[in-house]
Write a protein that binds this ligand. Sequence first.
Ligand code: ADP
Ligand code: MG
Length: 243
Amino acid sequence: MLEMKNISKIYQTRMIETHALREVNLKINSGEFVSVTGPSGSGKTTFLNLAGLLENLSKGEYFLDGINVSSLTDNQLSEIRNEKIGFIFQSFNLIPELPVYDNVDVPLRYRGFNRKERKEKIDHALETVGLLSRSEHLPAQLSGGQQQRVAIARAIAGEPKIILADEPTGNLDSLMARQVMELLEQINNQGTTIVMVTHDPVLAKRADREIQIFDGQVNSIIATDSEFPHTEENPKSDIISAV
Ligand code: ADP
Ligand code: MG
């Protein structure tokens, strides 16, 4: 699903160069649920932003769903991003002026679906997250957990192959965090690959695999206890090649 070969990301500011990622080699298989952990500033968000085509690599090669994205134009990148990737953020990133329904519609509007197709997708996504009855609510009229579920509906409405989540439970209390985690697990069980940055060691261990990032390097990959029922390929066999 996703393969990085010798990826580096260097942020250049006037005075200093920051090596946010250093020669990362990593493979994530279709259907995997991977957690990403590491101290603050270690490069987790940078990793997700590169994986999600939100930023350009400084060095290396990146294959997403078999496509070498290293050499594509910005327009091609946006198209692939919109079609294949769903994003979930710690702070939900909903548009406050728009009702729930229109928030979920935002990424679909770029995809050339007609109004009826979009309505089907939006209703289906809102039903999946249990918020169909809140379609006309504004984000501020919902709890934090509900807002994050709207953000999840927005991420899944276009049926992406991969969901990238940056601390999706970071702003939630433990009950809501668990509900969001269960929802992500349910989406993963239906075949969507999930990469989730988290500070919560319990949630990290619930993934099929935990990738630890330390000072820009993927320094260990831990196989968790959970079985891996989602694909015929066994991701655990990549552990050695990925380290
Ligand atoms: P994490 O998500 O693990 O907390 P980040 O990926 O956000 O870490 O950051 C990794 C490193 O890259 C940090 O040292 C951070 O200061 C630096 N960094 C991140 N984004 C930028 C940027 N846009 N410009 C310069 N430095 C950045
Ligand atoms: Mg971060």
